[in-house]
Design a protein around this ligand. Structure first.
Ligand code: FEO
Ligand code: CA
Ligand code: CA
Ligand code: CA
Length: 648
């Protein structure tokens, strides 16, 4: 057990071990019947999960991906793959927006699997396309702001259609997965031209109104779709994360960076949300007035939301659910409370930002999809405060609550939802080390991935963020009171402090090997047996942090092996791993390999320079040395050779 484990969680673990026959069955057998029981009991089970059974791979970095022996990892959907009968082949040097709208998008991240008729062999993949970097995507573009900003309107339109999301039907025949070109369900959602509805408390507010939409209830497109969630009624939630990167200003200093203090009457809001961003990576505002803050000050308020899409209804108008607040939403994983209310967890991925959850007003009705599809319209948003005694409170974000009482900035829920970060700070939420995926699992347990924090200064530590600075991140387990995700209080503990096992300050189970220790946890997934998997994203700092590629790790978080991590899959150089998703039978694992070759290939000795589309360190997934393709982010499908459940 990890030395950072606390007495509170240890006692819960012990209690769960003796809690009924299901736990005993799970501890002693891996029979199909037991696994089926676990699948049924997943949402609120207190059973001790199985540990993992596979041979750990060696950590390292090279041009390819690697998976544990006995498994196959194959690219299933690559950037540019044609989704429709009329979709042209991918031609990186002559790409058009019209072509890209008919093809799989760039930089896949979140993956949802929505089964068709409950099948583990036929379903819809719902995939987020988070962002695009011009110099990694278009031949001829250099790694400079001038080159990126100078790509012109046509390539800008390609960028705007390459991001958003894809719905793609996939099938498994004779053990092999493939996607269905021209399925009636296939759909692209883009930043350029997908109409969306704005719903909830902020809809129609004056700050949501723009020159193009005087009602404040309609907008075009979605941005920065990082992680997400699939609801119990089978809708797909896309979390808008780094939306600020796309908003342009001409007001710049000598270095070409946006001036400070912009925003007029919205100055405090812009400052809190990092608008405009000094990291702006796109010049969209040069060609589209709505992305130019000097011309349109309110469009930015229409991003930073959770977007709901029904993948089973190709005509569904995506809806921005403002009741879930506005921030750099990492994800939107969810579970049902004992009451039947839907609870959606989300982290705000920025330094010293917060962890949230939304609890719907209405309750889930298993046989009424139309009713369920509006549950995220109305409810209560909470933000987490982690106390030093390993308890915590969910603080209600509503007018008049706590220190929000009398605060004239927040007369109604609409202002709280538009400036959620400011309101949460007023309430006294705990600033965290970049909350990434926040995911509910068995027994009211919620795993929070805190990826790193370069801005936590010595003296600024607390029990829940104990390192300053924190380059490697850590993982917190919360246990909602009563094992009910609808609770307003919880206990918490740290599962692991990440970083190389031999490094200072890391904290792992003693049996975690050097290969199994990781840095910068990002995406979280539970498999059908309630076991925890962690995907990492070290960013450009990988060479200094660990010197190894990002990967997918199996992490025991309960029982005697708590804190033991093992490496199952590793990505090619410069990529991060995202979107882990299992089918309900546990036989298939989908992963995103995002931005291959992009992150700091200069520090990879065999290449020794930064990559571009023309000159990448790897053209993964292409392995043909004669290929001229740029590296393409892809969804990879992992199965066991000969079939069977993964890691059992
Ligand atoms: Fe898009 Fe926080 O990762
Ligand atoms: Ca992420
Ligand atoms: Ca997740
Ligand atoms: Ca990431």
């Amino acid at each position: 057990m990890s030395a950072s484990d606390t007495a509170g969680v240890a006692s819960v673990s012990r209690r769960s071990v003796v809690q009924g026959a299901l736990a005993v069955a799970l501890a002693s057998t891996v029979s199909p019947i037991a696994l089926l029981l676990v699948e049924k009991a997943h949402a609120q089970s207190t059973a001790e999960p199985l540990t993992f059974n596979f041979a750990e791979i060696a950590a390292g970095v090279d041009a390819n991906h690697h998976v544990a022996e006995g498994y196959e990892a194959k690219p299933l959907l690559r950037w540019g793959d044609p989704l429709f009968a009329d979709a042209p082949a991918f031609t990186p040097d002559a790409q058009t927006a019209n072509a890209q709208k008919r093809q799989f998008g760039a930089n896949c991240d979140f993956i949802g699997y929505v089964p068709i008729d409950g099948s583990n062999d036929r379903g819809l993949l719902c995939v987020n396309h988070e962002y695009i970097e011009a110099y990694m995507s278009f031949p001829g573009v250099k790694r400079s702001k001038a080159s990126v900003y100078g790509i012109g309107p046509d390539k800008t339109a390609v960028e705007m259609t390459a991001i958003g999301g894809s719905i793609v039907e996939i099938v498994r025949k004779d053990g092999a997965w493939s996607y269905v070109r021209d399925s009636k369900f296939n759909r692209r959602i883009t930043a350029l031209d997908t109409p969306m509805r704005i719903d909830g408390p902020a809809a129609g507010h004056a700050r949501m109104m723009t020159a193009e939409d005087a009602t404040g209830t309609k907008c075009i497109g979605t941005l920065g779709n990082c992680a997400g969630g699939i609801t119990p009624w089978g809708t797909w939630l896309l979390a808008e994360e780094n939306f600020q990167l796309y908003f342009w200003t001409d007001k710049r200093n000598d270095k070409g960076e946006p001036e400070k203090g912009l925003g007029g009457g919205q100055k405090a809001s812009w400052a809190k949300y990092g608008v405009p961003s000094s990291r702006d990576t796109a010049g969209w505002g040069l060609h589209h007035a709505r992305f130019n803050l000097d011309k349109e000050a309110n469009e930015v308020n229409r991003f930073g939301w959770i977007v709901e899409v029904d993948p089973l209804d190709p005509d569904f108008v995506p809806v921005k659910r403002t009741a879930l607040g506005r921030c750099r939403h990492e994800g939107a994983e969810n579970a049902l409370a004992n009451s039947g209310q839907i609870v959606v967890y989300t982290g705000d991925d920025d330094r010293n930002q917060f962890v949230y959850k939304f609890v719907s007003k209405g309750t889930y009705k298993p046989d009424d999809r139309k009713h369920n599809r509006e549950l995220l319209s109305d409810g209560t948003l909470y933000v987490a405060r982690y106390d030093d005694d390993f308890t915590g409170q969910w603080l209600k974000l509503a007018p008049g609550e706590g220190k929000l009482a009398g605060d004239t900035r927040f007369p109604t829920l609409a202002e709280i939802m538009i400036d959620t970060r400011i309101a949460a700070e007023v309430l006294g939420a705990t600033p965290m080390d970049r909350p990434e995926d926040v995911e509910p699992g068995p027994g009211g347990r919620v795993i929070v991935a805190l990826t790193n924090n370069s801005e936590r200064l010595p003296g600024g530590e607390d029990k829940s963020n104990p390192r300053a600075p924190n380059p490697h991140g850590h993982i917190i387990e919360m246990i909602e009171d009563g094992g009910d995700v609808g609770a307003t209080s919880f206990r918490w503990s740290i599962v692991v402090k990440a970083g190389p096992k031999t490094g200072a300050g890391a904290d792992w189970h003693k049996d975690t090997t050097d290969n199994g220790s990781f840095s910068c946890p990002d995406n979280v997934a539970f498999d059908p047996a309630g076991r925890l998997w962690i995907a990492t994203d070290q960013g450009r700092g990988w060479a200094t942090l660990t010197g190894r590629a990002d990967g997918l790790y199996a992490l025991d978080f309960m029982g005697a092996n708590r804190g033991r991590s093992r490496l199952f899959f590793r990505a090619p150089v410069g990529a991060e791993v995202g979107g882990p998703r299992f089918t309900a039978d546990g036989t298939t694992l989908f992963l995103s390999v995002q931005h291959p070759s992009a992150d700091n290939t200069k520090d990879w000795a065999p290449f020794g320079r930064d990559s571009t589309a023309d000159d990448p360190a790897t053209r993964w997934p292409d392995t043909d040395p004669a290929s001229k393709m740029p590296p393409r982010a892809s969804v990879v499908v992992i199965t066991r050779k000969g079939g069977g459940r993964i890691a059992v």
